[in-house]
Design a protein around this ligand. Structure first.
Ligand code: DX5
Ligand code: ZN
Length: 219
């Protein structure tokens, strides 16, 4: 399975997101993680679909869009139009999860499902044969720069076990507080996509390359 280091633009310079995006591409990365917040599902706001849309023509990076919204179903259209390549929605809020997943897929966009650190992994089980990515949050979403919650890796191990047993093809992503010091335990547990905001933007180009090599990225 491919391994990916996906820098989170949330930790970039919000007065110059275009440069923060370019930096990631120049570093040789293939994915960018984009965090959308609504001030309801999470106690913070970030940027909106217009930002994603305006960034799109500036980059060939794969747009991994993480919707931290109480009603992602009401905002899908602008994120589809904005050029998202993967849209991840959370299972905690109440809305029609299945219909929303189907709408993303029928727009030709890869589908992702996410849960917070203290949400039961069982919520994923009905969907394992129909999603492209499973996101296990390793912090409570809303803010960059928090500490990695290692107990979440127990869920990753469970998902990885089921994936092997049933031959599912979803990628497993972790997001929140991830740094080079967590790579080994994450790889052991079965993680494929490593989202890193603060630890990525705060390191040198050499350290970033080393980080990417340690997750198993080929470049
Ligand atoms: C958390 C976001 C993360 C965040 C990660 O609410 O979903 O993607 O940007 O940032 P760090 O790596 O700084 O925890
Ligand atoms: Zn995220």
């Amino acid at each position: 399975m491919e391994k990916i280091l996906a820098p989170s633009l949330l930790a970039g310079n919000h007065a110059d997101l275009k440069s923060s995006l370019k930096e990631v591409e120049d570093d040789g990365r293939s994915w960018i993680h984009l965090d959308l917040m609504d001030g309801h599902f999470v106690p913070n706001l970030s940027f909106g679909p217009q930002t994603v849309s305006d960034l799109r023509p500036n980059s060939n990076l794969f747009f991994d869009v993480h919707l931290m919204l109480a009603r992602p179903d009401l905002y899908l259209e602008p994120f589809i139009q904005a050029g998202s390549e993967l849209i991840t929605i959370h299972l905690e809020p109440e809305y029609d999860h299945l219909a929303t997943l189907n709408k993303i897929r029928s727009a030709g966009i890869k589908t992702g499902l996410a849960i917070n650190p203290d949400t039961s992994v069982d919520l994923f089980f009905p969907y394992l044969d129909q999603v492209d990515l499973i996101l296990c949050m390793t912090v409570n979403p809303g803010f960059g720069g928090q500490s990695f919650k290692g107990y979440v890796l127990e869920k990753v191990r469970e998902l990885s076990k089921r994936r092997n047993a049933e031959d599912y093809s979803f990628l497993i992503e972790v997001d929140g507080g991830v740094g080079p010091q967590h790579v080994e335990e994450c790889l052991d547990a079965g993680v494929d996509v490593f989202v890193a905001g603060t630890s990525y933007y705060n390191s040198s180009q050499d350290e970033r390359a080393k980080f990417a090599r340690s997750v198993g990225e080929k470049f």
